[in-house]
Design a protein around this ligand. Structure first.
Ligand SMILES: [Zn+2]
Length: 64
């Protein structure tokens, strides 16, 4: 069936509603994966987000 996709992470075939569009990973797998990634990369991620925030802020100030 066209409205079913196979998840590349858990290998299960599920309805497309279980997938984020254009992704080959189902929503539960994606949630687990991103949670693990966040846990593993917490300090790095925070630093990264702060840097991105200041970068945006500096750019916004320049544009005004
Ligand atoms: Zn899956």
């Amino acid at each position: 069936m066209e409205d079913q996709k196979t998840c590349c992470t858990c290998g299960k075939t599920k309805p497309v509603e279980e997938f984020v569009s254009k992704r080959t990973q189902c929503k539960p797998c994606k949630a687990i994966k991103s949670q693990q990634w966040r846990d593993a990369n917490k300090p790095l991620n925070q630093a990264c987000q702060r840097a991105a925030y200041y970068k945006r802020k500096a750019k916004a100030l320049q544009e005004n």
